[in-house]
Ligand binder design. Structure first.
Ligand code: C5P
Length: 227
């Protein structure tokens, strides 16, 4: 078991990013947002005016894309070909296309290799690393010392995503966001490669009725008793 690695998986809107960052800060760990990586390469595909369904072209564009991940939990960043794309990757165009791009096996192979490289570097750091995504406990680091799978009802998740959109200056549309949450759940859980699912040995936490502090309290308990 890799004691220095905490893997947090689950669908969108479970509060995963917020609690991952806060947990990393508290542990003095670095933070890796793998969703931001899939979003950034999706932006590269859209900028190249390639259809997300055109697998050969998607693979070509993603191979040529250069990603640089900033892993400070207080101010995580993602650079695509040297340019900060942190805002743009949260917009509706990327959100609409990311599940298609992330279903491509070659895209996943490339990003998983980069994730493992970053995780390997973090293992020599005293605080370790908190990694969030969909397949971290199942595929990327099955040896993680603590694996957590966050869930919540789809309406609770849509409400959180909408509140987050509004607070970050985007348009909030609850019905549209709810439909999008359900659409991405179906795509992410139904895909052939690395589908979203709980690892057998992951701790499952339903956050429907928990606030951020409540989730963090649970996580800290389990961090202390991790392998
Ligand atoms: O976490 P976030 O909502 O930013 O992730 C965006 C999308 O990236 C997900 O809907 C999923 O399609 C993809 N993803 C993935 N594997 C990961 C992280 C994200 O397929 N480890």
């Amino acid at each position: 078991k890799l004691r220095g690695v905490v893997a947090l998986d689950g669908p969108s809107g479970t509060g995963k990013s917020t609690v991952s960052r806060k947990l990393a800060s508290a542990l003095g760990a670095i933070y890796l947002d793998t969703g931001a990586m899939y979003r950034a390469v999706t932006l590269a595909v859209l900028r190249a005016q390639v259809e997300p369904s055109d697998v050969a072209e998607v693979v070509r564009v993603v191979r040529a894309a250069e990603l640089t991940m900033g892993t400070d939990p207080e101010r995580p960043s993602v650079l695509l070909d040297g340019q900060d794309v942190g805002q743009e990757i949260r917009g509706p165009e990327v959100t609409g296309a990311v599940s298609a791009v992330s279903a491509v096996a070659e895209v996943r192979d490339q990003l998983v290799a980069l994730q493992r490289e970053l995780i390997g570097q973090a293992l020599s750091e005293p605080g370790g690393i908190v990694v969030e995504g969909r397949d971290i406990g199942t595929v990327v680091v099955p040896d993680a010392g603590l694996k957590v799978y966050l869930t919540a009802s789809s309406s609770a998740r849509a409400q959180r995503r909408t509140a987050q959109d509004v607070s970050e200056g985007r348009t909030g549309d609850l019905d549209r966001t709810h439909a999008d949450v359900q659409r991405r759940d179906a795509l992410d859980s139904g895909r052939k490669v690395a589908p979203l699912r709980k690892a057998d040995d992951a701790l499952e936490l339903d956050t429907t009725e928990l606030d951020v502090a409540g989730v963090l309290e649970q996580l800290h308990k389990h961090v202390e008793s991790r392998g």
